[in-house]
Design a protein around this ligand. Sequence first.
Ligand SMILES: [Zn+2]
Length: 423
Amino acid sequence: MKRGIDVRMKTLLRRLLGVERTVIVAVLWVGSGLVVRVRPDAWWSRKPCCGVCGTKSPRYDRGDGVRWWRALDLGTTQVFLEGEAPRVQCETHGVVVAAVPWARHKARMTRRFEDTVAWLATQCSKSAVCELMRIGWRTVGRMIERVVHEAEEGGDGLDGLRRIGIDEVSHRKGHRYLTVVVDHSTGRLVWVAPGRDSATVRAFLDALGAERCAQLEVVTADAAPWIRGPVTDRCPQARLCMDPFHVVSWATKALDEVRRAVWNEARRQGEHALAKELKGARFALWKNPEKLTERQTAKLAQIQDTNKPLYRAYLLKEQLRQVFQLSLVPAMSLLEKWLSWARRCRLAPFVKLSKSITRRRKEILAALRMRASNGRVESLNTRMRLIMRRAFGFHSPGALIALAKLCLGGLCPPLPGRLRHSG
Ligand SMILES: [Zn+2]
C-alpha cells in the first residue's frame, strides 16, 4: 500500500483501532499483517509523562527506537501499531519509557487488546482465549495483572464494609494458600493476598484502617485462631460468626472417617464385594441428595439396607446441612436436636464433631441470625475454587489473584467500545 493516506482514511483507521490522542502517520503491509505507524498527538507530546506513575517528566532520550504493539485484529488480519518509545526522567522512577496513549506501561499490546483479553478471561475457557487472541496463557496472566493494577488505582474498594467473610483458599494442590475477604452484602471479593496466617489478616486490617475497622458489624470465618485473634483485637465491636460452609465441611469429613472405618473393617473381614461397594459409594454420600443421579440414589438405598452405622452418619451430615437452609427459629431447634442425636450416635467422629460444635455454638447461632437477615450467602470458597482451576498454568500468584479480582471483585473492564453494564 502507498504510504501516504488521506485524512478520511486516517480518521477511519483511528476509529477502527479505537486509539485516542494518536496520529496515524502511515499504513503498510508486512507479511500478512497490517502495520500502522503512529505517534502521540501534539497535546500528548507537549507533556511527556512517566510510564509508571504518569507524572509529567522531562524528556531523557529517544529510547531503543521504534516498537510494535499488537492491536485487535481487523476482521481476520493481525494489526500492529509501530511507534517511537522515548524515555523520560521521572523524579521517582528514574529513566523510564514515557507513557503512550494507546497502551499500558510495559505492555506489548494495546489497551483495547488487553481489555478484551481481560473480559474474555472471565467468560471463556483458557484455550478459547488463547486460540482466539493468538497469545499464550502466561501472557494473559501478565495482561490481566496490568488491567487489575490500573483498575485499583481508582481506590482500594474497602469503603462501606459492614459484613464481611474471611476465608482461606488453597491453590497449587493445597501447597499454597490465599486469604480472601468478601463483602457479604454485595457478594463481591474485596481483598486477596497470598498466605494464611495472622500477619496476612493484619495486613488486611491495616489496609482497612482503624476507622473502617470500627464500622464492621459482622465477620464470618472458620474457627481458625489466625483469623479470630487479629479480628477480635482490632474490631472488638464486630460479631464473629461461624461460616456455615466450614461447619458442613466438618460433617462431610466426619462422614468420610466413618465410611473409611467401615470399609477397612469390611476388607479385614475379607468381604471384598462390600468393600468395593463402599468405595464406590463415596460420591453418593458426599453429594447433596437433590443432586444425586438415579444410580447414586440406588446406592444410598443399598447402604440404608446393609450398613446402618454408615447410613446414620450420612443422615447426620445431611441434617446438619439442613440446619443452614432453614429460617432462624426452626434452624435453632433443629441444631439442638442434631446436637443431642450426635452426642448419642455411637460414631466417634460425630461425637467429636458435636463437641466442637457445642464449643462454637455462639458463633454458629450468630451465623444463623445473620443468614436470616442477609439471605443466602453463596460460598466464596466454591466460586474461588472454580477460578483456581482456570488459573492453573499462570506463572505467579499475582496473575491468579488478578483473575479472581476480575471475576469476583468487579474489576473487569467492559468490552472496548461498549458501555459498562449496570448492576
Ligand atoms: Zn514515575
